[in-house]
Design a protein around this ligand. Sequence first.
Ligand code: NAP
Length: 244
Amino acid sequence: MAEPRILILGGTGEARALARLLDDAGIDVVTSLAGRVANPRLPVGPVRIGGFGGRAGLADWIGANAITAVVDATHPFAARITPNAVAAADAAGVPYLRLARPAWSPSADDVWLRVPDIASAATELERRGGRVFLTTGRQDVSAFADVDAWFLIRVVDEPDGPLPARHQLLRSRGPYDLDGELALLREHRIDVLVTKNSGGDMTVAKLHAARALGIPVIVVDRPAEPAGITRVTSPQAAFDAVTG
Ligand code: NAP
C-alpha cells in the first residue's frame, strides 16, 4: 500500500494544529493555502500556495502528488473550495474528511439576530443605522459600502473594494480577549456587532463582550456544505480518522 501523504486544505488554526500532529507522528503532509493573506501564519511541513484551478485542477494535483487522503480544514465560510474538494477527492479516488470547528450558539443572555448571508446583514444594518462593529473579514466589507451607518471595521489586511462612507479601519489579528473587546466596544460606543458564525476560541471574546454590555449581534449563518460528507470538529479527531 502507498505511504500515507495527506493534503490539508488550510487557512485556519485547525489546519495548522493538524499539520503539527501529523508531522510529529512522522506522517507526510502538505498544506495548501489560497494565498489571500499577505503574511499568513504558516503550518509546519511543506506548503503550497494558490488555487488549483477548480475541481479538475485539484483532482489532477491530488493524483500528481500521490496524495492518499484530503482533509478539508478550510474556514467554514470558504464556500467554494469545500464542494470542489469533495468532488475532486471523489474523482481522484481518495478519501475526503471535513474538519470544521463547531459553530457558536447563543446563551440566554445573548441578543442575536441570525441572518442567512452577508447581504441580509447589510439590509438589517441599513434599517438600524447607528455605530457598527464589523468583523466579517476583508472579503465581505464591500457588501456594506452603501449602508448609511458608522463602521468600525476590523480586518487583518486592508480591504481592496469600496468601503462605507463613514468608517474607521482597525488592522489587527486575533486572538482577542474579553477586556480588550469590552474596551473597544465602549471606546467606539458600538450599538451593534456584526460577525459570521465562524466558531472557535480565537475571536469569541467579542460575543462575550457584546453579551456583557447588552449589545445586539447580527450573526451570519454558515453556508451549507455538501450532504453526506464525513465531518470532525477537532484536529485530534481528524488525526485519528486519517491515521486509524
Ligand atoms: P473560497 O471562496 O471557498 O475559495 C475560492 C477559491 O480559492 C477556490 O475555488 C480555490 O481556487 C481557492 N482556494 C480556497 N481555499 C484554498 C486552499 N486552502 N488552497 C488552495 N486554494 C484555495 O475561499 P475564500 O472564502 O476565498 O477563503 C480562502 C482561504 O482563506 C481558505 O483557504 C480559507 O480557509 C481561508 N479563510 C477564509 C475565511 C472566510 O471567511 N472566507 C476566513 C479565514 C480564513 P481554485 O478553484 O482555483 O482551486
